[in-house]
Design a protein around this ligand. Structure first.
Ligand code: BGC
Length: 396
């Protein structure tokens, strides 16, 4: 053995002893502070550009990340969970991934378990953005870093960062699609329209719905668009749990109470905030006798496989595409930078303090909005298949 190799071996033994000392310590507040020696890439262990925390023997084994997703029911969250797990494990972290079955209480107890189980970072897509205040107070006391994933968590000072898409733009694209599809600038109308948004506990609808309405309200005001049900307020058009069945049931009601149908009262557009609501609406419309030939314009969001197939079959008109791979990578980059005490990449901020608890203050959370696109029957091949998001066979 050369002297150089001997020195390297001695150094390696010394470092292993140091890791053992670090990892035997129970998780504590200081473990999560930026710059702490046990954080990935912190202090003198900042990974070089071509390394990941996994390459750093001082850190990888000590960081456990809790990933709390709302439900397995929707394709969207299965993908987010898988991508986040893949990103974090690829970077050398341990991951505790849980799905909360769309129940706020289940999510709270899963988060409590993550805290007691030694997670030092929590990445959470909330079932109910207003139900985590208490659980996250405990997380904060334990020095845990909380990242809100896709949906902002409200009424808590425990959220460090938020990663999402431009949620207002989601609604803008949906509204503009209807404006252009019906040529509202030039056509006389009137055109009949109904509206569907998502769960009232999801802060995102406070951006999706106003975003769409900003485009459509002028035409409701000038009479070119008519909503026969009169249900245009966000609360009236909400869909509990974003469930397709709930949207379907409400659409069936709207059909019977307003006489919508291919041979009845004309229905020209249904503004749906996402794909699960769009799928429920389409099922109800098919049940009322609509076909691809006379289907109203139906908007959506997520480019779920079912909805893309519906688009290809002429049953849904568009879907906003949010590449959840980009979101997962972004969240991982934010975690790495934060734990390394480096500047966390953000490009905007969101206020997570609102009037629901009686005081409408302002608490701006540093945030990152990923880019999004519009999916249609015309561009889905390039957008979804050529980009590797789906295999062509998945859409057959
Ligand atoms: C997400 C959408 C999703 C919806 C229902 C929203 O918070 O941003 O992508 O369709 O929840 O799960």
């Amino acid at each position: 053995m050369t002297l150089k190799k001997l020195l390297a071996l001695t150094l390696a033994i010394f470092m292993l002893a140091a890791i053992a000392a670090c990892s035997s310590a129970s998780p504590s507040a200081s473990q999560n502070e930026p710059g702490d020696a046990t954080s990935p890439g912190s202090g003198d262990t900042v990974p070089a550009d071509d390394t990941t925390p996994a390459d750093d023997p001082n850190t990888a084994a000590t960081v456990r990340i809790g990933v709390s997703m709302p439900t397995k029911d929707l394709q969207r969250w299965n993908q987010d969970g898988d991508y986040l797990k893949g990103e974090f494990e690829g970077a050398g972290y341990e991951v505790d991934l849980q799905y909360a079955n769309n129940e706020a209480a289940t999510q709270v107890s899963q988060i409590e378990n993550m805290i007691s189980g030694g997670c030092t970072v929590l990445v959470i897509a909330a079932v109910d953005g207003y139900a985590l205040t208490q659980a996250l107070a405990t997380a904060k006391e334990s020095g845990i870093t909380v990242i809100a994933h896709d949906r902002l968590i409200m009424e808590t000072d425990a959220v460090s960062y938020y990663a999402t898409f431009n949620n207002t733009r989601v609604g803008t694209l949906q509204g503009q699609f209807i404006v252009n599809g019906l040529d509202l600038e030039n056509a006389e109308g009137p055109f009949n329209i109904e509206f569907f948004t998502g769960d009232p506990g999801d802060n995102n609808i406070n951006f999706f719905y106003p975003g769409a309405m900003a485009e459509l309200q002028p035409y409701l005001d000038n009479g070119k668009l008519v909503c026969l049900s009169g249900q245009t307020e966000q609360n009236d058009v909400a869909t509990v749990d974003w469930k397709a069945e709930n949207a379907q049931a409400r659409m069936e009601n709207l059909i019977s109470s307003n006489g919508y149908g291919p041979t009845g009262t004309k229905l020209d557009a249904v503004m749906c905030s996402n794909d699960s609501t769009a799928q429920g609406v389409v099922t109800a419309l098919l049940g009322a006798g609509y076909t691809a030939e006379n289907m109203p314009i139906v908007t959506g969001q997520d480019c779920d496989i079912v909805s893309v197939k519906n688009m290809i079959a002429g049953l849904q008109s568009m879907s906003v595409f949010k590449d959840t791979r980009k979101l997962a990578t972004q969240v991982k980059d934010m975690v790495i930078a934060h734990l390394a005490g480096q500047t966390v990449p953000t490009n905007t901020e969101y206020d997570n303090d609102d009037a629901l608890d009686g005081t409408d203050g302002e608490r701006m959370i540093p945030s990152f909005e990923c880019e999004l696109d519009q999916g249609t029957p015309d561009n889905y091949v390039e957008l979804l298949i050529d980009s590797g998001y789906y295999e062509a066979s998945e859409l057959e």
